[in-house]
Design a protein around this ligand. Structure first.
Ligand SMILES: NC(=O)c1ccc[n+]([C@@H]2O[C@H](COP(=O)([O-])OP(=O)(O)OC[C@H]3O[C@@H](n4cnc5c(N)ncnc54)[C@H](O)[C@@H]3O)[C@@H](O)[C@H]2O)c1
Length: 436
């Protein structure tokens, strides 16, 4: 099939490349000329494991190309994906201006034949119908607009897209459903379902899924904070809970709050949708509130320990919102670093992939290490903010030689408290028993 994907970011690039990998002819469009130039030269503007090789191969084999022209891409395609950003506006409403402006451009470019417009962006219920109206005003050509929310996770995006646990198609047309099912058949050969449903249900399923996941995180964070007070160990509690098959063991890890480009904005998007209909989304509001407070927790622990922070040096390991990505959107590290900076702390940070993005955010307000150990010289404390694997088994002897004081604040519970204490460290983490 001939396909174009408008918006070549974390989602669009993976979707476009994945569809090319299964034999389709795909054009990825972005208005960012520099990004498109890089991609034409096989330079991937984001860090996503496995993606570079796929882009290179599919470009070489002429199944994948890049352009800045929506018009060319749309007129050469039967299926048109919208994968532009839907960021949060002040107050938490979803900014749909990118989606709507792409809809206008698609309408302007549509001349002949029947086309299927697939909405991949995460959009509030009702958006697909609005997109349809916008396009209809611009063209007499025949088309359908469907919702096909994306469930990939940054860090394992290629694998998630190539082997999805489910594919959701929201459409009114059984013919269109069959065509999109054909397109996705190669991705579900192990029997995972392609679920066809109402457009509104598909749009809602994405928000409900992300908010449920965010809910588990906020719930566990609340439990961990209580464990801290009552002397329980959240690690034991987590395992005890997870063995109940109705609960399951995934997504029960407490920490310093969820970040990224999806959970925070999608939870707020759902709250706003409720408001539009006079419904207070009380659970969603609490999930968001707990998360915002949790993002400040590690700073509060540091402040409580040191009281006076002005002029002290702190080393930070991990900046991205989670491991295996360079994405820093809504990362908990941003909150922690800004709070530390506001108290006059000198920060030297290391992240395996996100330093370039961090430099854009913090400029030279913080220093950046070339290695994790590089940040430690003269530091009063080490603060772990992202659970990259390479931080899990460090050389504690080397750490203690480099640091001024042997103190670790672990926002991701990656160490065994007993072992760290054995190495002579003062250890602060989230909800774990400190008496052992
Ligand atoms: N990032 C994720 O993990 C993830 C997962 C599932 C769903 N989503 C959803 O997918 C959507 C895209 O997210 P993302 O993280 O890929 O965003 P992104 O910011 O990485 O990429 C969006 C791209 O769209 C481009 N763009 C904007 N307007 C354009 C236009 N008029 N024409 C051409 N290109 C245009 C931007 O230049 C940018 O490259 C969002 O709705 C998001 O919520 C994201």
């Amino acid at each position: 099939m001939r396909i174009c994907v408008i918006g070549t970011g974390y989602v669009g690039l993976v979707v476009g490349t994945g569809l090319a990998e299964t034999g389709n002819k795909v054009i990825c469009v972005d208005k960012d000329e520099e990004k498109i130039k890089k991609l034409e030269n096989n330079i991937i503007p984001i860090y996503e494991p496995g993606l570079e090789e796929l882009v290179r191969r599919n470009q070489k084999e002429n199944r994948l190309s890049f352009t800045t022209s929506v018009k060319d891409a749309v007129s050469n395609s039967e299926i048109i994906y919208i994968a532009v950003g839907t960021p949060e506006e002040d107050g938490g409403t979803v900014n749909l201006s990118y989606v709507f402006s792409v809809a206008e451009e698609i309408g302007d470019a549509m001349e002949n034949g029947h086309k299927i417009i697939v909405n991949k962006s995460t959009v509030p219920v009702g958006t697909a119908r609005k997109v349809k109206k916008i396009i209809k005003k611009k063209t007499k050509a025949k088309f359908d607009v469907i919702s096909n929310p994306e469930f990939l996770k940054e860090g394992t995006a290629v694998q998630d897209f190539m082997k999805p646990d489910r594919i959701i198609i929201g459409t009114d047309s059984s013919q269109v459903a069959e065509k999109i099912k054909d397109l996705y058949e190669p991705f579900v050969r192990t029997g995972n379902p392609i679920l066809v449903m109402k457009i509104e249900s598909a749009e809602m399923a994405k928000y409900a899924s992300n908010t449920m996941l965010a809910c588990r995180i906020s719930f566990m964070n609340e439990i961990a904070n209580l464990c801290d007070k009552v002397g329980a160990d959240v690690e034991e509690v987590r395992i005890g809970m997870g063995k109940d098959p109705r609960i399951g063991s995934k997504f029960l890890f407490p920490g310093i709050g969820y970040g990224g480009s999806c959970f925070p904005k999608d939870v707020k998007g759902l709250i706003q949708k409720g408001k539009e209909y006079g419904l207070q989304m009380k659970i969603c509001e609490s999930v968001d509130m707990v998360n915002q407070a949790q993002k400040k927790l590690i700073f509060e622990k540091i402040k409580e320990r040191f009281k006076q922070l002005k002029g002290i040096k702190i080393a930070i390991w991990g900046l991205s919102f989670k491991p295996q990505t360079d994405d820093m959107r809504e990362a908990a590290s941003i909150v922690t670093i800004n709070l530390l900076l506001s108290e006059g702390v000198n920060i030297k940070a290391f992240d395996p992939k996100a330093c370039e993005n961090a430099r854009e955010l913090f400029k030279d307000r913080i220093e950046y290490g070339d290695t994790p150990y590089d940040c430690l010289r003269g530091a009063e404390a080490l603060v772990i903010l992202t659970e990259w694997n390479e931080f899990r088994n460090p050389d504690f002897e080397k750490i203690s030689q480099l640091m001024n004081k042997k103190i670790i604040f672990d926002g991701r519970n990656i160490y065994d408290p007993a072992r760290v204490k054995e190495s002579g460290f003062e250890y602060y983490c989230i909800g774990r028993d400190k008496s052992r």
